[in-house]
Write a protein that binds this ligand. Structure first.
Ligand SMILES: [Zn+2]
Length: 210
């Protein structure tokens, strides 16, 4: 099973990805995580990526495709995989189709911006132990204090209203043509991200089948 996961920041992609992996035995492929890992390891690829990023450029489609091409050869992809953060554009989606035939399903978790903004700005993390909270869905026992270590919780710089709005605008700009592409291909499954975590999961499972 070859899946692409599409959703704005805070739409709940991570949560749904974990459930899909557990049910179908899929590999989880986040190109963003992979690039960050390569940079951290200081590999040949990592050094190349670091150069590109520090010059303010985007990593080219060719490079990303080459990374994905290698990654999906790995053993853990034998039952299939979920791609997160790739493809980001229609050109990348076309190149992916060239590489693997076509995907089985693009799952788009759709949520209204106002709700996403509320979730994004409700996020808190502990600067000491790294625990993460959400004032709405996963609050700490004492507001503003880490349950684990008692440190004062902080907000990430990109979890403010202004930064959140900018991230959502970028998401729409990039993802809307992508959503249209998969719709035309007949492979889009759109799910209402506001229907509750379990309902979203059940809708996706029902679509994909056992
Ligand atoms: Zn803590």
């Amino acid at each position: 099973m070859k899946l692409v996961l599409i959703g704005a920041p805070a739409a709940g992609k991570g949560t749904q990805a974990r459930k899909l992996i557990a049910k179908y035995g899929l590999a989880y492929i986040s190109t963003g995580d992979m690039l960050r890992e390569e940079v951290a390891k200081g590999s040949e690829l990592g050094l190349k990526v670091k150069d590109i990023m520090s010059s303010g450029s985007l990593v080219s489609d060719e490079l990303i495709i080459a990374i994905v091409k290698e990654r999906i050869k790995a053993d853990d992809c034998k039952n299939g995989f979920i791609l997160d953060g790739f493809p980001r554009t229609v050109v990348q989606a076309e190149k992916l189709d060239e590489l693997i035939g076509s995907i089985d399903k693009a799952i788009y978790i759709n949520c209204p911006d106002e709700a996403l903004l509320e979730r994004i700005t409700a996020r808190e993390t502990c600067p000491k132990c790294g625990a993460s909270y959400n004032k709405i869905s996963v609050p700490s026992k004492v507001p503003g204090i880490c349950d684990v270590c008692g440190e004062h919780l902080t907000q990430r710089k990109d979890d403010t209203v202004e930064a959140g709005k900018a991230r959502l605008a970028t998401f729409h700009e990039q993802s809307e043509p992508l959503v249209a592409y998969y719709k035309k291909q007949g492979n889009l499954f759109e799910v209402d991200g506001m229907s509750g975590v379990d309902n979203v999961t059940n809708a996706i499972f029902a679509e994909l089948g056992d």
